[in-house]
Design a protein around this ligand. Structure first.
Ligand code: UD1
Length: 417
């Protein structure tokens, strides 16, 4: 199994291109299920999760092809098998995003329940509640959600909590429903808005995506479209946090600064100089960072997907930070690994107390989930000596060529077998 070997102590300098957003690409790929026509996507990141989604769609009968510009083309002329099997769902929870589109297009879907997940229980009750309000009948049989419906009907759905993929699933289902669907307490994440842009290009009638009330007027059929996936704000934030931790000067190219405001504000609080110009973001830092306390929240609050990376930054900062995680239970597993590198972190319920230490020391550590892996990479970049990160398949799920990009910025990092 691949590992990452990092020799810490180098500052990061240079330019790095931002990849397409994983969390936008995955739901957008599922929109192919809603039409017989081709969907042409650009700026799709080359990631394990994207390959898993392509595999999932292919086994349903979707034709998946590569485009010359590095993008992909998906075409669901017919759906032969409206099923998401356990083997794929267990490796990627976002597989549940096929449920809404399959039900809307085929009137039936069978999707394995995702089951436990390293960062908490992560139920899908809100997805089901919304689909049921649209007229779906859903049963759990042998670990699968079996859903059926004639044509879905538009409905007013007030979500009990903010859920990103729940909002996306219901928005996709509603595009082909009869009449108007209103989603209240919808997720405002930029990836939801990007999905709506793609759906509207396909002929859907969606208003309000990006706000907490989304109105979807159902149409009879959708057509093909071309869409460019938005830049990845979490990958962007990860590189910026790495540069703030190591010091140096890094410029991100092809970023979406407007989607990163909470992160940029925290980086400035940490003492970094951050400058935005068009789609580039430059960060410069030459002193030990200051501690920054934070509390995760749905967008536009501070992203839970950036929490682990900031814990690594706080681990070597001046002062003590309080980090509260309000979205997922059990999302502090990286704290234990950071402690192996010498970090001083105490967990009290959903809050981590991080006392900055002057130096971390390299050690063997284990990646436990995607963003936890990113925090270990940042810690490895600042630690003295060698850090060997095991189980980096988590990292490969969500970061495109991370070691090549960091090496391009001057980091000493290599993939070893
Ligand atoms: C998405 C992102 C993930 C990010 C998360 C929160 C994708 C593919 N993944 O995950 O990277 O960390 O948003 O920003 O976009 N919940 C329920 N019932 C439901 C649905 C959710 O109780 O039906 C709870 C979850 O357990 C969690 C919270 O709501 O505590 C938020 O989860 P949600 O926004 O649904 O996360 P995902 O969409 O799975």
């Amino acid at each position: 199994m691949d590992k990452l070997l990092i020799t810490g102590g180098r500052t990061l300098e240079g330019e790095v291109p931002v990849s397409g957003a994983k969390n936008a690409a995955l739901p957008i790929m599922c929109t192919a299920l809603l039409t017989q026509d081709p969907l042409k996507l650009a700026n799709v990141p080359a990631l394990m999760d994207v390959r898993t989604m392509a595999q999932l769609l292919a086994q349903m009968g979707v034709e998946v092809g590569a485009r010359s510009n590095g993008g992909i083309e998906l075409r669901a002329r017919t759906i032969t098998n409206p099923e998401a099997p356990y083997e794929l769902v267990k490796t990627m929870r976002a597989s549940v995003l096929v449920l809404g589109p399959l039900l809307a297009r085929c009137g039936q879907a069978s999707v394995s329940l995702p089951g436990g997940c390293a960062i908490g229980a992560r139920p899908v009750d809100q997805h089901l509640k919304g689909l049921q309000a649209m007229g779906a009948r859903i049963e759990v049989e042998h670990g699968y959600l079996n859903a059926r419906a004639e044509r879905l009907r538009g409905a007013r759905i007030a979500l009990d909590l903010v859920t990103v993929t729940g909002t996306e699933n219901l928005m996709m289902a509603a595009t082909l429903a009869e009449g108007l669907t209103v989603l209240e307490n919808a997720a405002r994440e930029p990836e939801v808005a990007d999905l709506a842009r793609c759906l509207n290009a396909m002929g859907a009638r969606i208003e309000g995506a990006g706000s907490d009330v989304i109105r979807i007027e159902g149409v009879r059929a959708l057509c093909g479209a071309a869409h460019r996936v938005m830049p990845d704000r979490i990958e962007s934030g990860t590189f910026l946090a790495a540069a703030a931790a190591t010091g140096g000067r890094v410029r991100l190219l092809g970023a979406a600064p407007a989607t990163l405001e909470a992160t940029l504000q925290k980086l400035r609080e940490a003492g970094a100089r951050v400058a935005v110009a068009g789609d580039s973001i430059e960060i410069e830092s030459d002193t030990r960072p200051l501690s920054v306390s934070l509390c995760t929240a749905p967008y536009p609050g501070f992203a839970t997907d950036m929490q682990a990376q900031f814990m690594a930054l706080d681990a070597i900062a001046r002062g003590t930070a309080l980090i509260s995680e309000t979205i997922f239970e059990n999302r502090f597993m990286h704290a234990l690994e950071l402690q192996r590198l010498g970090a001083d972190i105490t967990i009290q319920g959903n809050t981590a107390v991080v006392k900055g230490v002057e130096r971390l020391q390299g050690a063997k550590v284990m990646a436990t989930d995607l963003r936890a892996s990113a925090s270990l990479v940042i810690a490895g970049l600042v630690a003295h000596g060698d850090t060997l990160i095991e189980r980096i398949y988590h990292l490969d799920r969500g970061y495109e060529s991370i070691e090549a990009k960091l090496a391009g910025l001057g980091a000493r990092i290599e993939r070893v077998n």
